[in-house]
Design a protein around this ligand. Sequence first.
Ligand SMILES: [Zn+2]
Ligand SMILES: [Zn+2]
Length: 421
Amino acid sequence: MNHLHACPQCDALHTDVDLQAGESAVCGQCASVLDKASSLTVSGWLALVLGAIILFLSANIAPVVHITLQGHRISPNFPEAIALSWQQGHHSLAIMGGLLGVVFPLLMLLYRLWALLVIRSGRLPLDFSLGLRVLGILQHWSLVPVVFLAMIVALVKFAGLAQVTPAYGLWAYAVLMLVYTSASRLSVQKLWNMAAEKGMVIASAPMSSDDFIGCSACGLVQTPDEDAPCLRCNATLHKRKPDMQNRAWAFLITAMLLYVPANILPIMVLTTPMGSSAHTILGGVIELWESGSADLALIVFTASIVVPFTKFVALVVLLCGAHRWKGRVVQRQRTRIYELVEFIGQWSMLDVFVVLLLGAMGNFPGLSQIIPGSAALSFGLVVVLTMLSALSFDPRVGWDARTAQQRSVKAIRENSDLKVE
Ligand SMILES: [Zn+2]
Ligand SMILES: [Zn+2]
């Protein structure tokens, strides 16, 4: 029997298709990519995740740069940068940077390792579904590639102030970013499918009516049954994300309000024997531009100013027309906008990590000191709140707005056949 899958973006039902390595299954209704086949076996994934963990540890223990200023030399790494901002009293900023840049990525790799070991052993522990649910949450909040980009920006910004030499940690981070991105393709859904293939959990549920609900935690399609939890993973089932409009608007409006101090207040304060100077986000971009790093100035401008603003506009557009049906083409475009918002979400955290890193790189007591300004926390909160707003939004609601005729079995059959690309 073919297993059923409900598209997470539009809720169209699909049956399994056999994919060759490198092929993708694309939803016939909303055109989002449902699955990308990989040639890796359980052991292959294990090797990849183990490699990522070793790289992650060495990249965070080794110094990222050696900095020499007037005979003094320091060699900071990323965890030291976070510890320093904690010592300077910026506790919330240190917690935010530490969780998103170090703790969550490491936990995410460890959870994947554990799930793969469980699947390889063939014996299911009681907390398997709880572990995978935690992994499902963590995967939105682990920002390794952003930390690496922040290292490059911090390095270039600091190059004019002191003698800066890249160290082992930076190269390890560069390799880690590639391995980590590959390991991130091992989604929670893939892990459930692997366990189902080995017969450790059920692969499909008996369907007793035409109505169905796809579990947001494990993907199992099943017949809704009052308040009963998911048959496979025990998660609470929701046909659609609860209280979408209220939650998404609340997060979004708070983010918009915080965006004002984030841009007006200084994001960092540089103190030297000559005096101290405060720098705003836009000021930092202009400094990068004037110092001859036009490409980095553009990257920081995009990540810190264009991306948050685009997210605001996109979320307002999505939320305002969420329950209106304007045809398949428009609804597909709206689905693409939502995927874009999800994809770019994390990149605006760049400036927060840059400030944390600069704090450690410029820490020469008596000679120079870089301290995060009050905008750093506001800006970090803007990013977190817009990500929460996007996570509260349910893209399936737009497809629900079709008329009964457009939703008929015939129309769905025409629209929802899987395409293999
Ligand atoms: Zn779809
Ligand atoms: Zn489930």
